[in-house]
Design a protein. Structure first.
Length: 125
């Protein structure tokens, strides 16, 4: 999560600690946190997509579906802030490679249910 998202979550948590906060303020804060998670997840998906494309250029194919977790650990090994294999709702990203020449990378979004409007998907190339 970037510094802005962390600050938004900290601010939201601080404001929610006050039990007399009006409901409309709580709704605004909740929406801000939701938007921050969506933006951060979209950024992660884009970063993974860029590195997947680099892998294709170097190796002539995308990593196999069953190798995704190992590829993530090797590719993003310097990250100590967040496990990049999970989205900003704490659920694992779903990766499928078809024949090594195409892939689908997906977050199931806030509700964690596949096929709903909040899913976030990148396909390549």
């Amino acid at each position: 999560m970037d510094k802005f998202s962390v600050a938004a979550v900290v601010l939201a948590g601080s404001l929610l600690a006050f039990t007399d906060a009006p409901e409309h303020i709580r709704a605004i804060i909740d929406e801000s946190v939701r938007t921050g998670r969506q933006l951060a997840t979209a950024g992660d998906l884009r970063s993974m997509s860029t590195m997947l494309d680099a892998h294709l250029l170097k190796h002539g194919r995308y990593p196999a579906s069953d190798q995704f977790e190992r590829w993530m650990a090797a590719t993003f090994k310097e990250n100590h802030l967040k496990d990049l294999a999970v989205d900003h709702w704490g659920r694992p990203y779903r990766y499928e490679s078809t024949g090594g020449r195409r892939y689908t990378l997906r977050s199931l979004g806030e509700d964690g249910v596949a096929g709903t409007d909040d899913d976030m998907t990148i396909t390549g190339p």
